[in-house]
Each structure stands twice: as structure tokens, then as C-alpha cells.
Design a protein around this ligand. Structure first.
Ligand code: 5AD
Ligand code: SF4
Length: 540
């Protein structure tokens, strides 16, 4: 059967799609690039902002029209929208056959098999719906449920042609879910409580990926630095370790840590995990991680970043706002001065650090002064880039229920553009500090340097629209000597474009690390010149 799978939203979703693809592929399904060629259409959806949902709704509508016109198709909605809308989606959109939440993806083959074995009538809802919040949820324990999901991660096979993270680069999940309950965010509602994977599983997965040619892994978690695994707690009958529910914020209080250590409890912290991966998987040239929660980031983890040369000096640590009042309403759990303390400490311990973040503008009750405070934070902290979002009220969240969305859309838009422009200026300055440095660059794509992309025409520079990576749409600069560019990233995740004489020359670099000297700095990227002497050196 031919499957078309489209992914919306974040890196976690991209990884989920990769795992779904690998799982279905091993069961004999083949994948096609265009929905018209498929008999199974899967949308892996995102609910973080309304805009992402709208996009998915319009795709679902198109498939509905095709089904009405008589085409025999199976339509599955996976991910956060399935979990959030639940059975309501089936009632309002009868063209949807399968619903599968992000915590139930291991059950997708079963749901598809049920659909396929049905002759005339569609099978009962329970046969085609798997949601954490649904009554058809498996009756087994959380551990067993997590074990099924765990098997999905562990059974993956890396396919460079379909690796969404790019050639020779793979995502590896270390934590599922989130316990923070920021008041604007649906993630804790759709992905559930924080669950940590056993460190041995993560190390094994990374080793296998490295054996398959992967040289960069990005460890994924909603609050990745909260990774903590206590050994000897969650075991199977035969002594294998299982994923386990996170210990909660108390585990990060120093006094609590001392009590735990005194009791002889053996834990693997985030710092330990980074160190283990660095030591035990030497074939990985780059170990990255996202997203960091600006609180509870230990000195030990920063020290591992500083001392282990293959652990990348890059942090994505969203501040979300520069106003204490708004941070409190968001339930972020830190103040601006605590955020600044974290950033100062991080730059002190990891001198070559590159820092990125996220901001939400137009959160309910945000005043001009609050917004100015956010601008001040952007002026003060050397962010290399920021993903900037207009607040989007999400049903089911505390902010949606308790704080009216009172900032008019045009004010949100204005603040969004202002912050983008300010970040643009800041990005150019941060990039300029790297001029003259010779750095290893991991090349992951090419583009024609002559094409003038729409993003440049629209003046969208220095930051990104709705969290999308700017890499595919860089403007071509006047100094381009060749007509093709190879695009890569430094260890600190700075984007570098190198001009090449032909597309073949540019393509030859993709998938490997070469050193380049930084010769130009712009808001979106650095321009690099390939270091001919040293171009085969593979470093961080
Ligand atoms: N509205 C706007 N942005 C949001 N984010 C999360 N929830 C919302 C929302 N309701 C942003 C945050 C987060 C990023 C992944 O998405 O900045 O860090
Ligand atoms: Fe959402 Fe906050 Fe958790 Fe991030 S930390 S996933 S913003 S609830």
C-alpha cells in the first residue's frame, strides 16, 4: 500500500514521522511524495499554534473532497490535533478514518490493519482510534504503554533519503512529554507527563545510528535539561530498564539532590548522559540537544559542553518574555534576572557558546511596557536568533480559560515585526563577532545563489516566521562568486553559506564537515570561504 505522510510543527513531530515511516516501511508499506499517488494519507499534526492547525484542516478538507468524489482512501490524523480534538474530529469530519495521538503511535499499524481488513463498513471507532485520553486506551500499565512507544524508537532504521533532520544527522528522543504547564501551551495536554528513556537505550540507539553513517545527533526533549533517570526503579520482569515518569521539579533543588545522593540512589543526569554519549559513541562528531528550559540547567551540564569537544556549544533556551509580570502569568517559573543569571553563567562556562531562543508577543494583558522589556532583553542578550510567535489562544490551556486574549491582532503583528527587526540587527552583530574565525562546518544542503527568494523580498531577515528554519530561503548576497552555495552549520549552529563553482561541487560537500573561514556576516547567516588546505579535516 502506498502512503503519503505529511508533517506539521516541531522537531519532535519530525522524529515521530520518521519513526512511523520506518515502522510502516518494515511492514511492507511504501511511501510516495505526492498525496495523489497514495491510498493511505497520514497527517502528523501540531496544535501548538492555531496557524499550524489551520494548515492541517485545509489538507483534511481536500482529502474529504476526494473521498466524496468516490476515491477509496484511508485518511489518518496523527499527533497533537488528534489527541486534542479527539472524537469530536470524527464527528465533525467524517472523512477522517484513523485518529492516533502522539503517545500511541506504536499502535498505528494495528489501526491501519483494522481499516484495511474492513470490507464495506468502516470498523468501530475503537478499532481505528488510539488516544491517551480516549476510553479505548490500552488497559495495560503506563510502563507497558511506554514500552510499546520505546520499541518504536528502538526499532528505527535510519534512512538518509528521508531523514528530516538532513543528511547524516538524526534526532534522538531522550524525554517525552512535559510537566511544566506553561499557561499558553498545549504540549502537556497532548503529549502527557514527562517520561525519561533509559540511558542505555539512548546510547544504543546513538551507536546504531552512528553505525549507519550518522555523524550528528540532536537529542530531543521539551525541557531537555530536565532529563534524569533513576536506576533500579522501573524494571521489567527480566530486569530490563523501562522509561520512567520524571521526578518533578523538586529533584532539581540542591538540598533534595543531597538527600538522594546520601540514600545511595543512582541516577543518570542530563550531564551524565551527554558525557556518556561523548565517551561511548566517538563516531558522533556532533552531539546537540533542544530545547533547554532556562531553569535548572546544571553547571555540570555546562561543564560537559565546555570540556567535551563533540558536545556542541549551542543552547536553544526560550525566554518567552522579558517582563516578570508576563513570565509569571505564563507560569514560566523564572524571572528575567534569573534568566540573565543563567545566560551569564552559560557564557562564562562555555565561552564559544551560541544562544537562540523563542519569544511570544501579545500574551494576554501584555502592555507596551511589557513589550519594551522584551525588547530590552533582546538588546541585552547576544541571541544568534530567536523564533518569534504571536500569542495564539489554545483551548484547554489555563491562559485560554482564565485570561482573555485582549491584545488586538494588529498590535501583535506590530510587536512581532518590531521584535523581528530588532533581532535582525542583533543577529548581524552576533554573526560579525565570528568574522575571521576558521570553523568546522557541517554541510547539509545546497541552493542556487542566483535565486532571489521570497523571504528576502518580503524583508523577513534575521529571524524566522513561525519558527521555521531560515536555511532554505537565504537571500543571495552580492559577493557570491559562484552560482551555487553549500549551506551548513557550525558547532554553535550558526548558518554558513559557501559559494561554489557548480552545483556538483556544492553537493559534494553535503553530509560532511569541512573547515571554512568566515568572511561575511549578515543577519541570517555567515558567508564562509572553504579552507582549501584543511578542507578534509573533520572536527566539531
Ligand atoms: N502561542 C504562541 N506561541 C506558542 N508557543 C507555544 N505555545 C504557544 C501559543 N499558544 C511557542 C513558544 C514555544 C514554541 C515551541 O512555541 O515560544 O517555545
Ligand atoms: Fe510547553 Fe512550557 Fe512545556 Fe515548553 S516547557 S513544552 S512551553 S509547557
Amino acid at each position: 500500500m502506498r502512503v503519503y505522510l505529511e508533517t506539521f510543527g516541531c522537531q519532535m513531530n519530525e522524529l515521530d514521522s520518521e519513526l512511523v515511516r520506518s515502522n510502516l516501511h518494515s511492514l511492507g508499506y511504501s511511501f510516495v511524495d505526492r498525496p495523489e499517488e497514495a491510498s493511505v494519507i497520514l497527517f502528523n499534526t501540531c496544535s501548538v499554534r492555531e496557524q499550524a492547525e489551520q494548515k492541517a484542516w485545509s489538507r483534511i478538507g481536500i482529502i474529504g473532497q476526494r473521498k466524496k468524489a468516490g476515491e477509496k482512501l484511508i485518511l489518518g490524523v496523527l499527533g497533537c490535533m488528534a489527541e486534542r480534538d479527539g472524537l469530536d474530529m470524527l464527528r465533525r469530519h467524517p472523512q477522517v478514518d484513523i485518529l492516533c495521538g502522539p503517545g500511541e503511535l506504536d499502535r498505528l499499524p494495528h489501526l491501519l490493519a483494522n481499516m484495511r481488513s474492513a470490507t464495506d463498513e468502516r470498523p468501530a471507532r475503537t478499532e481505528r482510534v488510539a488516544l491517551a485520553g480516549n476510553s479505548s486506551r490500552r488497559t495495560a500499565t503506563l510502563e507497558a504503554a511506554q514500552d510499546g512507544l520505546e520499541a518504536l524508537d528502538l526499532s528505527r532504521s535510519f534512512d538518509p533519503a528521508h531523514s528530516l533532520a538532513g543528511t547524516a544527522s538524526a534526532y534522538v528522543r531522550i524525554t517525552r512529554g512535559c510537566n511544566k504547564f506553561c499557561t499558553y501551551c498545549v504540549v502537556p495536554h497532548t503529549r502527557g507527563a514527562e517520561v525519561h528513556r533509559p540511558p542505555d537505550h539512548i546510547v544504543d540507539e546513538c551507536k546504531r545510528l552512528a553505525d549507519q553513517g550518522v555523524i550528528e545527533v540532536t537529542l530531543l526533549g521539551q525541557t531537555v535539561n530536565h532529563y534524569r533517570y533513576t536506576h533500579g526503579r522501573a524494571l521489567t520482569v527480566d530486569g530490563r530498564e523501562l522509561p520512567q515518569v520524571g521526578p518533578g521539579l523538586a529533584a532539581f533543588r540542591p538540598q533534595d539532590a543531597r538527600v538522594r545522593a546520601a540514600s545511595g540512589e543512582r541516577t543518570t543526569t542530563f550531564a551524565d548522559l551527554l558525557f556518556r554519549l561523548h565517551e561511548e559513541v566517538p563516531a558522533l562528531r556532533r552531539i546537540r540537544f533542544v530545547t533547554s528550559y532556562p531553569r535548572d540547567f546544571s553547571d555540570e551540564a555546562l561543564q560537559v559542553m565546555a570540556q567535551c569537544d563533540r558536545v556542541c556549544p549551542y543552547l536553544h533556551a526560550p525566554a518567552q518574555s522579558g517582563s516578570d509580570r508576563i513570565l509569571k502569568l505564563m507560569n514560566r517559573g523564572y524571572t528575567v534576572s534569573e534568566y540573565l543569571e543563567f545566560v551569564d553563567r552559560a557564557f562564562q562556562i562555555v565561552p564559544d557558546l551560541c544562544l537562540a531562543g523563542d519569544f511570544i508577543v501579545g500574551f494576554p494583558t501584555e502592555t507596551d511596557e511589557d513589550f519594551e522589556a522584551t525588547c530590552d532583553l533582546v538588546r541585552r542578550v547576544p541571541f544568534k536568533n530567536n523564533f518569534i510567535f504571536k500569542y495564539s489562544p489554545r483551548p484547554g490551556t489555563v491562559a485560554y480559560d482564565r485570561i482573555p486574549d485582549d491584545v488586538p491582532d494588529e498590535v501583535k503583528r506590530w510587536r512581532n515585526n518590531r521584535l523581528l527587526a530588532l533581532q535582525s540587527e542583533r543577529s548581524a552583530l552576533v554573526h560579525a563577532e565570528w568574522l575571521g574565525r576558521t570553523l568546522p562546518v557541517f554541510f547539509q544542503g545546497t541552493r542556487s545563489a542566483r535565486r532571489a527568494p521570497a523571504a528576502a523580498a518580503a524583508g523577513l531577515v534575521g529571524a524566522t516566521i513561525e519558527g521555521r528554519d531560515p536555511a532554505p530561503s537565504f537571500p543571495a548576497g552580492p559577493d557570491s562568486v559562484g552560482s551555487w552555495q553549500a549551506i551548513g552549520r557550525t558547532a554553535g549552529d550558526l548558518i554558513v553559506a559557501v559559494s561554489m563553482n557548480s552545483s556538483a561541487d556544492a553537493r559534494a560537500l553535503v553530509g560532511s564537515i569541512h573547515t571554512a573561514t568566515m568572511v561575511g556576516a549578515e543577519a541570517l547567516l555567515l558567508r564562509g570561504r572553504l579552507d582549501e588546505q584543511n578542507s578534509s579535516v573533520i572536527g566539531l
